[in-house]
Design a protein around this ligand. Structure first.
Ligand code: SF4
Length: 464
């Protein structure tokens, strides 16, 4: 607790606060300061004292004033509810946080004994001959014996594992929101990149990147699932890792493409890299999709550490498309900030200048996160301001922009896309029925799909 700050507030407003009250006020002042680029003391000085309030009422009057500054677009709207404002204790930045810089180079390679003779170990030893290699009984036991701290998340370590379960699963989406029927091919966990909004930060109990060496078990598992499938599905590796960031090392794509080419699925590699050498060595197939997450360069530079620039991503996409691959794009997470409109419009124009539609699909999704992630990101990315936007708790208890703002964002982006492209199927990621219905009534491209229709329509595209 910052005692001086507390005293300053209490003196200025002539009341005394309990600990919980102070935490809420401190959080609001901190976030207003972040938004306005002012230190907390300056935020307090800029506030006017109001007459006629006493005791507890001073706290509520002050809190309301601060909420109005904190949520200038939303506070006076009818749907604004104070209980949807997330006011946690302010977290200090970590002073020993591992940072991502330059090309990924593991300092340690841990291997489960069954993987010793795998091609992955041979590749790693060849590429990183200076890295220490250590045998472990199992990843699980190794994790149990290590007290993981979030500051170590990006420690450059690799775990080569022999997976025995959880090969494939349906995407869980989020409560009370519309599912698009996507499946996760769970090949690896962790990422050499470091995005401030990455949900893996609150989803992990170990540093480093897990790379399974036994792809054959994954393929066996898919063969088993395939027998039960009544229609084609969409499936991909980009949920718990970036599909291609380490593909020069793992060479997964060289095995995944020939395998899935023969299957009745749409297999997606989702990436923020330009690591497509192995893709270009492979024979394209209409059911193999290479997709890129896109954001304006301002967001890439500030929030997506270690990833390829926007130009690099579009160049890679163009090369893949010219080589005969179908490409897709994800505007996700779309971030609302001063200048967002100009930059996302320029991004859309650039995409269509550089690539030829129709694409396999485009998804749109605005920034969302759960409460734990915001606290972690605050400690790991103190320079980032994205979580101090107008984010409120939704039905699923995740922080997201309010409905009117999401509607405005989607309406604009759909309009910009519609100027160039009426054919690419577009869907909204992790959205509710209300927003989908609203978007449908806007001047949206004809091909905006209801998330439930993704299951049927996206999987009816050629070749199936
Ligand atoms: S690229 Fe994806 S998996 Fe990697 S850090 Fe960014 S959001 Fe997370």
């Amino acid at each position: 607790m910052d005692k001086k700050l507390k005293e300053k507030i209490e003196k200025k407003f002539a009341f005394s606060m309990g600990l919980n009250q102070y935490r809420e006020i401190e959080r609001l002042i901190f976030e207003i300061g972040k938004r306005q680029n002012k230190p907390p003391a300056e935020v307090i000085s800029s506030l006017k004292t109001k007459k006629g309030f006493e005791g507890k009422n001073i706290f509520f009057a002050l809190k309301n004033t601060l909420l109005r500054y904190r949520f200038p677009l939303t506070y006076d709207r009818p749907g604004f509810k104070k209980e949807n404002v997330f006011l946690s204790q302010v977290k200090k930045p970590l002073n020993d946080n591992w940072k991502v810089s330059g090309k990924f180079k593991p300092v340690k390679i841990f291997l489960e004994k069954e993987t010793e003779n795998s091609y992955l170990i041979t590749n790693l030893k060849k590429k990183f001959s200076g890295s220490e290699t250590r045998r472990i009984p199992s990843l699980k036991k190794h994790q149990q014996g290590n007290n993981f701290r979030i500051a170590e998340l990006k420690k450059p370590e690799i775990f080569i594992t022999n997976e025995i379960e959880d090969f494939i699963k349906p995407c869980p989406c989020t409560k009370h929101h519309l599912r698009c029927g996507y499946w996760i091919f769970n090949l690896g966990f962790g990422c050499p990149f470091d995005c401030s909004y990455c949900f893996l930060q609150q989803y992990t109990n170990s540093a480093g990147i897990v790379l399974p060496a036994n792809l054959e078990r994954f393929f066996d598992s898919f063969n088993h699932l395939e027998k039960k499938l009544k229609k084609p599905i969409r499936i991909g590796t980009g949920e718990f890792s970036d599909s291609l960031a380490l593909d020069d090392i793992t060479e997964y794509s060289l095995q995944l493409i020939p395998y899935f080419r023969e299957k009745k699925v749409f297999f997606e590699f989702k990436t923020k890299s330009n690591n497509i050498q192995n893709i270009l060595k492979s024979k394209p197939s209409p059911n193999i999709i290479i997709s890129w997450s896109l954001n304006p360069q301002t967001i890439i530079a500030g929030q997506e550490k270690g990833t390829a620039s926007l130009n690099q991503r579009l160049n890679a996409a163009s090369k893949a498309q010219k080589a005969g691959f179908r490409v897709g794009f994800h505007f996700d997470p779309i971030i609302y900030y001063s200048g967002w409109e100009k930059e996302y419009r320029a991004l859309t124009e650039k995409l269509y200048q550089r690539l030829r539609p129709p694409f396999a699909w485009i998804s749109l999704g605005t920034l969302r996160c759960n409460r734990a992630l915001k606290s972690i990101a605050e400690q790991r990315f103190p320079q980032s301001n994205i979580f101090y936007g107008e984010l409120l708790l939704g039905k699923d208890k995740k922080l997201r922009y309010p409905l009117f703002l999401r509607k405005k964002i989607y309406a604009k982006i759909l309009k910009w896309i519609g100027k160039f492209d009426q054919k690419t199927p577009i869907y909204l990621c992790m959205e509710d029925n209300q927003i989908w219905k609203t978007c449908k009534t806007l001047n949206a491209p004809a091909n905006l799909l209801h998330p439930k229709a993704c299951q049927t329509k996206l999987t009816k595209m050629p070749p199936f």
